[in-house]
Design a protein around this ligand. Structure first.
Ligand code: HEC
Ligand code: HEC
Ligand code: HEC
Ligand code: HEC
Ligand code: HEC
Ligand code: HEC
Ligand code: HEC
Ligand code: HEC
Length: 295
């Protein structure tokens, strides 16, 4: 279709110009270029969200090589600079953050953004969480770091964290960088044990009831209780509280309540043996014999 269209336009242009092909650098003034370009490149405009400079003029980013365009043996245009330098002509390079997302540090802006326009906000190539999962569908391993395959956790297991369905990955993560580890929007340390204070698990308590952690006895604060006795509190109080991630997998799990089946505990892989029941549940972890709770 484009080829036929371009042929017709080429033909019309040929009729009106004295030379073979179209020399944009000289023959046509800058203001006139955009409508001409759009004749053939209409798929790049008219999207729900347009990148402002694209609606302004194509040569905000592309420059003519001087060759005629389109033509079989030359591209006719090149980008005015490499990515990300081109983007920084108009956008500020963000101030230093403690943790920068690797594709941002590596200048792979087009891994997430479409340079022309998109149906998504912020020129995202696809909606959250698909955007994030387009890369996080594999393990990343290097000498200095390891990042697990998140798609496997949220798509391949029985239960994904409902926050993902509600607000996507960005309900907990920043896209470019963050002052919290793992690009988190708020504090959530990695240590297995730490003081059982709400501010240490700030991320979770953006959405969850703090009674879960603070109320020694409760009828509403959590379902993890024996009668009124709060078993979250039992496992997390004082200076040596357990981290949520010792029992829960925050992205997704093979069973209810985001409970993980086994967890790495130093060099030891500990089984949880959690069995949910109508009014409670039981577990038989490495830490103690089989115990059950009843609400
Ligand atoms: C007569 C039709 C036609 C017009 C007018 C036209 N183009 Fe193209 N352009 C094409 C075709 C055909 C291709 C090759 C297929 C493709 O990549 O879409 C192309 C490719 C391109 C490419 C990609 C080159 C590459 O690196 O692969 C750029 C950039 C481009 N055009 C920019 C422009 C700009 C800017 C204008 C206006 C100044 C313009 N075009 C006007 C038909 C046209
Ligand atoms: C903000 C900068 C910017 C502006 C303005 C811009 N482009 Fe692009 N364009 C790019 C970048 C960056 C690429 C390379 C995309 C890639 O590699 O994924 C590109 C690639 C292209 C391509 C190759 C095919 C494609 O879709 O990737 C065409 C054709 C094109 N541009 C045409 C145009 C036309 C026509 C205009 C004006 C209506 C325009 N561009 C305005 C940045 C821009
Ligand atoms: C010629 C100037 C110019 C260049 C080059 C440029 N931009 Fe932009 N960009 C703008 C302007 C103007 C806006 C709209 C004003 C704003 O929101 O700050 C914008 C907006 C954006 C937005 C926000 C859109 C929204 O809806 O919030 C993103 C994302 C973006 N640009 C990414 C990029 C990327 C990635 C590149 C490099 C490929 C780039 N820009 C290159 C001028 C430019
Ligand atoms: C991992 C995906 C990803 C990468 C890589 C990425 N961005 Fe973004 N960017 C986003 C998302 C998502 C948003 C909107 C939500 C937000 O602000 O976090 C955004 C917002 C923006 C905005 C508009 C809001 C603002 O912060 O001013 C600009 C401009 C922008 N990005 C430019 C860039 C540039 C330039 C690069 C390359 C250095 C880049 N982005 C790389 C995902 C990404
Ligand atoms: C273009 C590919 C790409 C996209 C899209 C992408 N990421 Fe990443 N992300 C990476 C790479 C590469 C790493 C570094 C992996 C490594 O080397 O261990 C990374 C690392 C991370 C990390 C770990 C950071 C740390 O310090 O441990 C988080 C969290 C993350 N990404 C979240 C997201 C979220 C949320 C989105 C969607 C907004 C997203 N990513 C989109 C490529 C991508
Ligand atoms: C409810 C909050 C939450 C949501 C929603 C969420 N994450 Fe995370 N993510 C975390 C936390 C917390 C960590 C730190 C891991 C830990 O402490 O075990 C993390 C870690 C990561 C890491 C680093 C993993 C590693 O091996 O180092 C990546 C990558 C990541 N998330 C991507 C995503 C993607 C992609 C999505 C959307 C599909 C997403 N996250 C949704 C909370 C969340
Ligand atoms: C000792 C293991 C363990 C630890 C540590 C733990 N949880 Fe739980 N959590 C559970 C169990 C078991 C359930 C299932 C309760 C049930 O049967 O309804 C649960 C359920 C939940 C629920 C579902 C609603 C509710 O309260 O029943 C949320 C939300 C929750 N936990 C958040 C957290 C947060 C946040 C942390 C860290 C501050 C945490 N958990 C630490 C074992 C744990
Ligand atoms: C952006 C909001 C948000 C954040 C942040 C968040 N959650 Fe959730 N979480 C939800 C929603 C929504 C549900 C589903 C409704 C419910 O059970 O409360 C849920 C459910 C849960 C469940 C129960 C799953 C089930 O099967 O019933 C657990 C466990 C849980 N979250 C743990 C955590 C932990 C641990 C953190 C911190 C790392 C956290 N959440 C951060 C929104 C969030």
């Amino acid at each position: 279709m484009l080829m036929i269209q371009s042929f017709i336009i080429d033909f019309l242009i040929l009729l009106s110009l004295p030379f073979n092909g179209l020399d944009y650098s000289e023959a046509i003034s800058l203001e006139m270029q955009l409508p001409v370009c759009i004749e053939c490149h209409s798929d790049l405009v008219g999207r729900d969200m347009m990148h402002y400079p694209v609606e302004d003029a194509c040569d905000n980013c592309h420059e003519s090589t001087g060759a005629s365009h389109p033509s079989a043996d030359s591209l006719g245009f090149r980008l005015m600079d490499k990515i990300p330098e081109l983007c920084y002509y108009c956008h500020e390079e963000k101030e230093e953050m403690d943790f920068t997302h690797q594709p941002v540090a590596g200048g792979d802006c087009l891994g997430c953004h479409d340079a022309h326009g998109s149906s998504e906000a912020s020129l995202m190539r696809s909606p959250d969480p698909d955007l994030c999962l387009s890369c996080h569908n594999r393990d990343y391993r290097s000498d200095s770091s390891e990042t697990l395959n998140i798609r496997r956790l949220v798509k391949g297991r029985m239960k994904a964290h409902s926050a993902i369905e509600g607000g996507g990955c960005m309900s907990c993560h920043q896209s470019h960088g963050s002052d919290s580890r793992a690009l988190l929007v708020d504090r959530f340390p990695e240590a297995d044990y730490l003081p059982a204070l709400t501010e240490n698990f700030e991320l979770c308590f953006l959405c969850h009831d703090t009674d879960l952690l603070n109320a020694q006895e409760t009828e509403w604060g959590t379902g993890f209780r024996n009668g009124k006795k709060n078993l979250h509190w039992l496992h997390m109080n004082g200076n040596k509280g357990r981290n949520c991630r010792m029992c829960h997998n925050i992205h997704g799990s093979p069973q209810s309540f985001l409970i993980e089946k086994r967890l790495d505990f130093g060099n030891w892989e500990m089984q949880m043996n959690f069995v949910p029941e109508e009014q409670g549940g039981s577990c038989l972890p490495g830490c103690h014999g089989k115990l059950s709770y009843q609400r």
